[in-house]
Design a protein around this ligand. Structure first.
Ligand code: G3H
Ligand code: 13P
Ligand code: ZN
Length: 355
């Protein structure tokens, strides 16, 4: 049995589809917000909203603690891998729990629940029906016209909801690994395409490719220079492309993916405690700070959080081999993540105090 199309505009209903009970819910009922107003304020205020990925309770606690303590709005990102790992029903209640948790901590920050790198209409629709307040449809691997058609379809559905779900599109391809999809090379966004793309799709924000990349090894050593100590220095971001995009789309929200900085000290702790991260290199924080002051109003960070947690866990295991209570190593990992994100909000994104 399919859904009656006229019912798509209703929410908070239970439907039986293929013998499964599906609860459609509005993000507003979960206490979440979409990203529209947050982006408007971020562009005029010269800062970026942190978009942190989560897959489990400790990551979510750390994100909420960090953002409440710094009074920062936050975008909680869920990839399709996270959805498979954690279960979508669990994620919905975790996001609702995060809203209550922030209140309990004493400062109710605005929280967006966002699908990261959605790759199909069906996945985006599912997330929207399940209470996400924002989705990304990443059609960047498709030819231009197909990307437009797919993105447009998601926008039509998301914007037709009475609660208005915001949509992020992507133009240009980032190098690196996203879930099962890996791209060998960067394809920078062509500024001459952005107006046409935004106009024809109706997206609320646009992810562009200016030299950031996913994962902890963002560049090959051959693309970098080295300090006398042997530390890799990556090629600079293409601010010329960003400036051209801003000229063509004045005041339009731009998103930067692949924005982890891969701190040298975290990589060192990991490698000194049994890890094997070779040639790890990220985006220098001063470049991200510069980007956050421009039309870039959402900055995606996941790998740095993974590194912070892994460094803390490896250290605990090395120093306390007798420990077998997960709280004894997940607790310090959660604290390390919280401290990292507090610092990002204050020193890199400029989002502290903006909630
Ligand atoms: O851009 C990708 C994010 O870091 C999510 O990673 O697909 O491994 O969950 P994942
Ligand atoms: P990093 O791998 O640089 O943290 O990027 C995360 C990201 O872009 C999530 O969409
Ligand atoms: Zn990404």
């Amino acid at each position: 049995m399919g859904l009656d199309p006229c019912m798509l505009h209703l929410y908070s209903k239970t439907y039986i589809i293929h013998s499964k009970e599906i609860n459609m819910v509005s993000y507003k009922e979960l206490g979440l917000v979409n990203s529209k107003d947050l982006f408007k304020k971020a562009i005029t205020g010269g800062y970026a909203i942190p978009a942190y990925n989560f897959n489990n309770m400790e990551q979510l606690q750390a994100i909420i603690q960090a953002c409440v303590e710094t009074k920062s709005p936050v975008i909680l990102q869920v990839s399709s891998g996270a959805r498979k790992y954690a279960n979508q029903t669990m994620l919905r209640y975790m996001a609702q729990g995060a809203v209550q948790y922030a209140k309990e901590l004493g400062y109710p920050i605005p929280i967006v629940l966002h699908l990261d790198h959605g790759d199909s209409f069906e996945l985006c629709k599912d997330c929207i029906d399940f209470g996400f307040s924002s989705v990304m449809i990443d059609g960047s691997a498709h030819p231009y016209e197909e990307n437009i058609a797919l993105t447009r379809k998601v926008v039509e559905y998301a914007h037709s909801r009475p609660d208005y779900v915001t949509v992020e599109g992507e133009l240009g391809v980032l190098a690196g690994i996203e879930d099962a999809v890996s791209h060998e090379e960067t394809h920078y966004t062509k500024p001459e395409d952005v107006e046409d793309f935004v106009k024809r799709t109706g997206v609320d924000s646009l992810a562009i490719s200016i030299g950031t990349s996913h994962g902890a090894t963002k560049f090959k050593p051959s693309q970098c220079t080295r300090t006398p100590e042997g530390i890799l220095i990556p090629p600079p971001l293409r601010f010329d492309i960003l400036e051209e995009v801003e000229k063509r789309l004045p005041g339009f929200p731009i998103v930067l993916h692949g924005a982890s900085s891969v701190p040298v000290e975290l990589v060192k702790i990991i490698n000194e405690n049994g890890g094997a991260l070779k040639d790890a290199v990220g985006i220098p924080e001063d470049q991200l700070r510069k980007a956050a002051k421009s039309a870039v109003c959402k900055i995606n960070i996941d790998s740095d959080g993974r590194l912070a947690m892994t460094a803390a866990i490896r250290k605990e295991f090395k120093e306390h081999p007798e420990v077998f209570d997960p709280r004894k190593y997940l607790g310090p990992a959660r604290d390390a993540l919280k401290e990292l994100y507090k610092r990002k909000n204050i020193e890199v994104l400029g989002s502290a105090g903006k909630a």
